[in-house]
Design a protein around this ligand. Sequence first.
Ligand code: F6P
Length: 323
Amino acid sequence: IRSIGVLTSGGDSPGMNAAIRAVVRAGAFYKLKTFGIYEGYQGLIENNIHELTARTVKNILNRGGTVLKSSRSEEFRTEEGRKKAHQNLKEQNIDALVIIGGDGTFTGGHIFSQEFDLPIIGIPGTIDNDLYGTDYTIGFDTATNVVVECIDKIRDTAESHNRLFFVEVMGRDSGFIALRSALASGALDVVLPEENAPMEDLFNELEKSEANQKTNKLVVVAEGNELGDTFKIAEQVKNKFPHLESKVTILGHLQRGGSPSCLDRVLASQLGVAAIEGLLAGKSKIMAGLIDNKIVFTSFEEAINGKVPINKELIRISKILSI
Ligand code: F6P
């Protein structure tokens, strides 16, 4: 391998820039040429490819988003699109790829790698933390810190007005952001997709909090939960507890922005170097992850399809502490 391409794809996440920097600098360290592919797979199809050096990635370690930009390319899902992408790589003499993103990114990379026998290594970059083969994905720590900071602020109003707040957080169909931030912000309950708990459970928690004279009531709702839309959940609670004044806050894309936390910067740096060293060792079709502080490589298939279990112990602790 003499020359590699790096891209970010899917939803951006804080720490992606730190990963790009690590890939480019590790590449330079090992005397590889590195190319940045702009706007994800779409940029690969449109030949939006430019050389990057150790110096062009200065001052990005601390920045949110992705300097390479991102996209969700429909064209890359077609054989025709992937052929064009491969042609561009050949013309630029790029002989391996590092792809930074989530399961959609790895699904595309897996197919591409098989079709053209191209070495590809993935780096998990998503706030959702829903990839098998790593304790944390890049961006998850920053996103949960943002959520906790926001809920701390909401708590002020909840307490001042004795209000009930439903705070909806991201995570697509997984509840990792919701569970961790609920525990860290002292929420009285958390509605998770993984638990599939009935509405009665939430009613019971609210009744308990009334009996225990809690003055502020914070409920974290994961966007992909089975009870449905957060406004609808709030409406059902209103019907059952008409005396409770309730509000809904949807945190939305606030959670994806901002300067990455120290943990995300360190993780991104470790995984960026691991990706380059993995490629040089002849590895492909795998994701670099960190488990128990050790670099672990997991096949794309497993990373995408493996089920990451929700931490039942954190749910238990959360219930004990919300008494
Ligand atoms: O996968 C990251 C994520 O932020 C999810 O948590 C969320 O469901 C989705 O992306 C939102 O996507 P978009 O930015 O395209 O609205």
